[in-house]
Design a protein around this ligand. Structure first.
Ligand code: GTP
Ligand code: MG
Length: 370
């Protein structure tokens, strides 16, 4: 079982040792600063001090102050995180490209999205929207499930000439599971065979009732190719974001989720992360999944070096020693010892899971969906 000394517990909470000892006494536990207490007792003390305890795995508890609850007055409005989902080839990546007015789809292998790309679009009004692209091919179900779990809003792309297809239905299920509101983008309106009325009708039979049919789901007819109605789609997203009243505290140690990790030939391990709270900066010590390191550089979605990344910003992180599991949480900690400790703890957990016949990836995905 995990134990911790009173001294270390006090350090991690930035509390006085005397106060911790007093709190323990109130619980009927007599301990000196050098004595160890068990994780359950430590958890009670941590809660007593108003901190949250981070559960790394069902069976065990890791104690830390990185889970400090934010006060309402520290929360500032943040951009919405929008996941673009839909059937293969219905135009998700093209739509994102149109929104970014760039053309990354052209550079993709075979034009099929094989990873989750994350981008931030800044509108003329100054408002920002974060988009996460997901692959529509059925082999990538797990990746899509991951996208839905970090998202505030789902943009469901349905090609007007093809209609509701199996992965459209799957995307609806993921959005529902993540409790994320859906906005329907009826794409490829420029095509001769476009039949948006049929799309609306088919969506109805899958529980998506659009506004024109008396429901509350916004639907926008667009063409990624001709770049039509993109402003209406953005307006719909911002309206939805306003309803959700999305907020985060930018002024604290950063926390978020790993969108993807990969080994880059020239740059070594590269992690794409989405910051959810706080601000991530160069020089920060980060634990991502079971990996850790000091942030050497931060790059935005256009490969530009940035000094920091605040809430809802997707950013590439260099400096983490390994490739973290996609979907795992990342957190900034106060020092290298702490980082090493958490990373070792998680690696031990992963091994235990593996022994139990459960892969780490599976565990992470289940946690995300929970
Ligand atoms: P996956 O990532 O593989 O699931 O596909 P996707 O949904 O990202 O589709 P993608 O953007 O790669 O587009 C698929 C094909 O549809 C490409 O050939 C695009 O040029 C075409 N396409 C996308 N949007 C439109 C559109 O609005 N009109 C027309 N005519 N073609 C489009
Ligand atoms: Mg794509």
């Amino acid at each position: 079982p995990e134990t911790i000394t009173v001294q270390e517990l006090a350090n991690r909470m930035a509390a006085r040792q005397g106060e911790v000892i007093k709190a323990l006494m109130k619980m009927g536990v007599m301990a000196t600063v050098t004595q160890s207490i068990d994780a359950d007792t430590a958890e009670l003390v941590v809660e007593e001090f108003g901190h949250r305890v981070r559960r790394v795995a069902d069976s065990d508890v890791e104690i830390g102050i990185e889970g400090v609850e934010d006060k309402d007055e520290d929360l500032l409005s943040r951009p919405p995180v929008v996941t673009v989902m839909g059937h293969v080839d219905h135009g998700k990546t093209s739509l994102l490209d149109a929104l970014r007015t760039t053309d990354t789809a052209a550079g993709e292998a075979g034009g099929i999205t094989q990873h989750i790309g994350a981008y931030q679009v800044k509108l003329a009004s100054g408002a920002k929207i974060t988009f996460i692209d997901t692959p529509g091919h059925e082999a990538f179900t797990a990746m899509r499930a991951r996208g839905a779990a970090v998202t505030d809003v789902v943009v469901l792309v349905v090609a007007a000439d093809d209609g509701v297809m199996p992965q459209t239905i799957e995307a609806i299920k993921h959005a529902n599971a993540a409790d994320a509101p859906v906005i329907v983008a009826i794409n490829k309106m420029d095509k001769p065979g476009a039949n948006p009325a049929r799309v609306r009708q088919d969506l109805l039979s899958h529980g998506i009732v659009v506004e024109s049919m008396g429901g509350d789901v916004q639907d926008i007819e667009v063409s990624a190719l001709k770049k039509t109605n993109l402003d209406k789609l953005e307006e719909a997203i911002l309206l939805q974001a306003e309803i959700l009243d999305l907020k985060a505290n930018p002024d604290r140690a950063a926390e978020g989720v790993v969108i993807e990790g990969r080994l880059d030939r020239g740059r070594g391990p590269v992690s794409t992360v989405l910051v959810q709270k706080g601000t991530l900066r160069k020089g920060d010590i980060v634990v991502a999944g079971a990996e850790w390191g000091r942030v050497r550089a931060l790059l935005d979605d256009r490969n530009r070096t940035v000094a920091e990344a605040g809430p809802s910003m997707p950013v590439e992180v260099l400096g983490i020693a390994g490739v973290p599991e996609a979907g795992s949480p990342f957190v900034v900690v106060e020092n290298e010892n702490r980082a090493r400790e958490i990373s070792e703890f998680r690696q031990r957990k992963i091994k235990e899971h593996a022994v139990a016949g459960q892969t780490a990836a599976r565990g992470t995905l289940d946690q995300m969906l929970a």
